[in-house]
Design a protein around this ligand. Sequence first.
Ligand code: 13P
Length: 253
Amino acid sequence: MRQPLVMGNWKMNGRRSTVETLLKGVIAEISGLSGVEIAVCPPYPYLGLVIERLAANEAVACGAQDVSAYADGAYTGDVSAGMARDVGCRFAIIGHSERRTLFGESDTVVAQKFARALAADLTPVLCVGETAAERDAGRTQEVVLRQLSAVFRECGSGAFERAVVAYEPVWAIGTGRAASPDEAQSVHRYIRDVIAQQSAQAAGRLRILYGGSVKAQNARELFGQDDIDGGLIGGASLVAADFVGICRAACIG
Ligand code: 13P
């Protein structure tokens, strides 16, 4: 039985005051919620603040939105996986489609970041997913396979033993048009099958999150699918009541 995981990706949003308000709201509303693991991923400058506020609250973990492909050293502007771990992060989102598209991260760079996260004892959350054009061309599986294969090449057949995968179809991110439960389930199943070819044990334990326009209203049906083990939430994670509503749906789903 895989415990559901719901993660909030705040992206590049917030100020000290809104971070405080959002956290207070989440912490107040999640008390008593069980059967779901919850994490939030704030922008780097607020990691310290968030981790300090969460210290007394075992129920919510913290993650970084990205880590460097390099170890510590002369890499101006980057933040290493070791640093994220050192300040108290448990997770690191790796290869989000915004990083791949807007910042030109190749599959190889994403795989190097994944390896850095593992080496620093962070749980990497590898984002995979196709664009609308790729889906229309019937290339969804091919794209996801390419993205997973780069990580296997870098980290070997045990790559996903201590990791999470997030299926985030690019066309569903921030558009209000989530994948249908059937559409998502079929890609999640495919991801699990690909990983099972390398390690059946890792595949059975692996949590595969769905991300892309998840709301409290559609979360329960998505999370009710066999191979959907929670969600990676963007916009709705910026409103405490909406985020907690999604966490609740994961408990029941
Ligand atoms: P939205 O929930 O805003 O569609 O964003 C999803 C996402 O990119 C999470 O990483």
